[in-house]
Design a protein around this ligand. Sequence first.
Ligand code: SF4
Ligand code: SF4
Length: 97
Amino acid sequence: MRIEARNLPSEKVTCSSCMACCCKLEVFLLTDTGVPARYIDIDEWGHSTMHRSDDGWCVALDRNTMLCTIYEQRPLVCREFEEGSDDCLAERAAGLT
Ligand code: SF4
Ligand code: SF4
């Protein structure tokens, strides 16, 4: 018996086909991964976060290539934000509209 697939995504979800939608989220620095100090903010509660521009993008993002300029030193949160996860899909839906 042949069953037709429905509602499948038209393309595979990958970071290379995304405009870095998740790099507008607030990123807490939970561990020391070597993020340069100039990219770090301390919030009013003393938490370290990635500094963001006035328009919301993380300052470590290259705005021409939309790639992370500190990929090897990127925060744990960025490493664990899973491509294709529900959170990823939600950010893509919000960012690509
Ligand atoms: S993790 Fe998801 S939202 Fe972030 S850049 Fe990759 S595809 Fe885009
Ligand atoms: S550190 Fe890199 S991966 Fe993380 S939000 Fe900033 S630009 Fe994106």
